[in-house]
Design a binder for this molecule. Structure first.
Ligand SMILES: [Zn+2]
Length: 193
């Protein structure tokens, strides 16, 4: 086995995060089975599971039914569209994270939410893939008057009826799939009225 030098930079091809775990963070010994799930220390039996972390995403529409898309200012997905949202903090409910993230990212106050769907996602951090479970909610906000993008996080925002062009420009497939579910539901319910 050849180890990468610490200054070797990210691997060329994205790898699962378990591949980055070579040594025990508790005692420094090598893994019992390097690169395998879960990580188990060969010496002290310290164990780490590489299960997905949880995240939330919000679909908010203006009074004309146009969907709020954010232009991401940071990687992963810099310059591409994303839905407002983010990771759930330890001890937080998904609903609390939803309200907090929407407020933090665009200064909008969520007044109600409806669970829509969940999709698996992957976050590429410097060449290592972190698995994520994205949970999506359709939200209502007090008003869009106060909308303001968080500095350094969000480059811009855009209200639109997402079509192929927008869907193809989503940073994450999970966000795209959630939007497709939302749009399909909306078309179906419109068809019944
Ligand atoms: Zn150990």
């Amino acid at each position: 086995m050849t180890l990468r030098k610490p200054d070797a930079g990210p691997p060329k091809k994205p790898q699962p995060i378990r591949k980055a775990w070579k040594f025990c963070p508790r005692c420094g010994s090598p893994a019992k089975k390097p690169g395998k799930h879960p990580f188990v220390c060969a010496t002290c039996e310290f164990t780490h599971f590489f299960g997905p972390v949880s995240a939330v995403g919000a679909i908010a529409t203006d009074p004309d039914g146009q969907v709020l898309l954010l232009v991401r200012a940071k990687d992963p997905g810099k310059g591409l569209y994303g839905l407002p949202g983010g990771f759930i903090d330890p001890g937080e409910t998904a609903e609390q994270a939803l309200h907090r993230e929407v407020l933090e990212e665009v200064q909008l106050e969520v007044t109600s939410h409806r669970y829509l769907a969940s999709f698996p996602n992957e976050y590429n951090y410097h060449g290592f893939i972190l698995p994520v479970t994205d949970m999506f909610f359709v939200v209502e906000v007090v008003s869009f008057d106060a909308i303001h993008a968080a500095d350094g996080e969000i480059a811009d925002w855009h209200f639109c009826n997402p079509r192929k062009r927008e869907l193809n420009s989503m940073a994450f497939l999970s966000n795209r799939r959630a939007l497709e579910v939302f749009l399909k539901q909306r078309n179906t319910s419109r068809g019944h009225h």
